[in-house]
Design a protein around this ligand. Structure first.
Ligand code: 5GP
Ligand code: MN
Length: 341
């Protein structure tokens, strides 16, 4: 993989571009993709944004979200495949392995386009990309898109649409500027977006105050009935059966952020959520301090991510996955039972 700076001179020549992101995109995946979309549009590239799956409705306010193709919608698939096959460049944003694009993986591998990675996850598949930047010290892929625009000499192209998308990704991936990864550069970036007229509180409202009554009741039920705390391991586990998702009419995105709740309990170092989505059991991990959930997710649950935030999945039943988790937790007793920040 060559440095991303190698493509800066080529940005002048209009190209056919596809931008894609990980399945069930979060605000960083969608924000970085649409931030880049608005930038490349201004340079007259022909840009198609494709998501491997659907996304949360609280992302639909993002400028350009209505143009994003959901690869799983049967009537849009042919158009998406045509764009992938005919592309000069395919930007892969906010994921480290192509398997994160689910059924898009094969067409992405087969396309003759140059693949370009911009991402901040650990252990990227760099051999699959012609150009790119992978930097685990960056708060978010959205921050990396901001850097890309600035470093390629196009600061003047950060319009309000781009700024809104970038802000959403940076803000959510830093836990509203709370996580240790929130650097001075992040605060300077935000100051720059503010100086360009960004209305940040509107974006917080769109992302956090846009849910259904059902979702709030669902969270009440989860915290009351689905939370287990293992104090001797400084660990908390939430496991959600599919029947809860049906009962409360839970949609994509409604469970996002839930994994963080147990971290507000004093002393909790590892929080895990296991959700029975029917087709698979999806796991999310969050940790504080030195417990590396990227390694934990890779080792036990075919996943990965960052040191303090990662995910995985399993084909086994919910009860079996809960049991697997408890075994894995016990195997990590030494690390989990000592609490040090
Ligand atoms: P979340 O728990 O919010 O779904 O994901 C936490 C972080 O881990 C995100 O950066 C996400 O991209 C990554 N992640 C989530 N699930 C997986 C997975 O199954 N495999 C890998 N490699 N990364 C994941
Ligand atoms: Mn991200």
């Amino acid at each position: 993989m060559q440095s991303i700076a190698q493509i800066f001179p080529q940005l002048k020549v209009p190209k056919k571009v596809v931008i894609t992101m990980h399945q069930k995109p979060d605000a960083d995946a969608m924000g970085s993709s649409l931030g880049l979309y608005h930038f490349l549009n201004q340079l007259n590239h022909e840009v198609t944004v494709i998501s491997p799956t659907n996304w949360a409705s609280f992302l639909s306010w993002m400028p350009g979200a209505d143009k994003v193709i959901d690869f799983e919608r049967p009537h849009l698939k042919a158009k998406a495949l045509e764009a992938i096959t005919g592309a000069d460049w395919i930007f892969c944003l906010d994921f480290n392995t192509l398997s994160r694009t689910k059924s898009m993986e094969q067409p992405l591998v087969e396309s003759a386009a140059k693949r370009i990675l911009i991402d901040h996850h650990r252990q990227p598949q760099t051999e699959l990309f012609a150009y790119g930047e992978s930097n685990i010290e960056k708060s978010s892929t959205s921050e990396m898109i901001y850097d890309f625009i600035i470093q390629s000499g196009h600061a003047d192209k950060i319009n309000n649409e781009t700024a809104q998308c970038i802000y959403a990704g940076v803000m959510t991936d830093t836990g509203s500027f709370r996580f240790p990864i929130t650097s001075e550069a992040v605060h300077r970036l935000i100051a720059d977006l503010k100086s360009r007229g960004l209305d940040h509180s509107k974006i917080h409202e769109q992302l956090f105050d846009n849910f259904s009554e059902n979702r709030l009741k669902f969270i009440g039920n989860v915290l009351l009935n689905r939370l287990q705390v293992f104090y001797e391991y400084n660990t908390a586990l939430i496991s959600i059966p599919q029947s809860d998702l049906i009962r409360y009419d839970i949609k994509t995105g409604d469970t996002e952020g839930l994994v963080n709740y147990p971290l507000s309990i004093e002393g909790i170092k590892l929080a895990t959520i296991i959700i029975d989505r029917g087709e698979e059991r999806k796991l999310s991990f969050r940790s504080k301090g030195d417990f590396d959930v990227n390694e934990f997710a890779r080792k036990y649950f075919s996943g990965g991510g960052h040191k303090n935030a990662a995910g995985g999945q399993s084909d086994k039943s919910l009860d079996e996955v809960v049991n697997d988790f408890e075994q894995a937790m016990k195997q990590n007793r030494d690390q989990l039972s000592t609490y040090n920040f």
